[in-house]
Design a protein around this ligand. Sequence first.
Ligand SMILES: Cc1cc2nc3c(=O)[nH]c(=O)nc-3n(C[C@H](O)[C@H](O)[C@H](O)COP(=O)(O)O)c2cc1C
Length: 204
Amino acid sequence: MKVLIVFYSTYGHVYKMAQAVAEGVKTVAGAEVEIRRVPETLPQEVLEKMGAVDAQKAFSQIPECTVDELTEADAVIFGTPTRFGNMCGQMRQFLDATGQLWANGSLVGKVGSVFTSTATQHGGQESTILTFHVTLLHQGFVVVGLPYTFQGQMRMDEITGGSPYGASTIAGGDGSRLPSENELEAARFQGKHVAGIAAKLASV
Ligand SMILES: Cc1cc2nc3c(=O)[nH]c(=O)nc-3n(C[C@H](O)[C@H](O)[C@H](O)COP(=O)(O)O)c2cc1C
């Protein structure tokens, strides 16, 4: 049973969450996990102005995803930073290249799930994931979130990401906040949860 984690990250927050999701997947017997990044679409000059060049070196060794790899997975877990409350353009462009898969029904019945990162607490954590789900539903994915059995999303003693829609982290206005242990735990939980459901579906 194969789980593919497909992410985009400018400064590394989503990448850190992706690594935690992969840890969660690996706890499920028989689950194989691969991490892939979607291609960058911004010109180098813009990335330099954004201060992203050095940050992206930390995950430049991760292979770029091809749309065909989606067809080989039993479950796909997508990670995207928010852009104005929606997924980032890089992810949108990648998904917009899956028209042929849609036409062939290639992704129907696979498990799909989403995690995210925002700068601010209420800057689009939930809307980014929920609007992403619309694309997954068009493609026929069985959408899976982060159930409340992950009790860490009930916490009131610290600022934290995480909702029933999926794991999330809050990067801070200047990006200096790293994913907290609670947010990483949410990501691990989501990975394990998705892999567990995919394993059950694969056995039917
Ligand atoms: C064009 C643009 C739009 C953004 N829009 C939002 C937003 O609507 N809400 C928010 O909280 N953060 C917003 N951000 C901040 C990013 O979501 C933040 O940098 C990201 O979550 C960090 O994750 P990363 O390190 O994986 O790139 C925006 C950033 C950019 C560049």
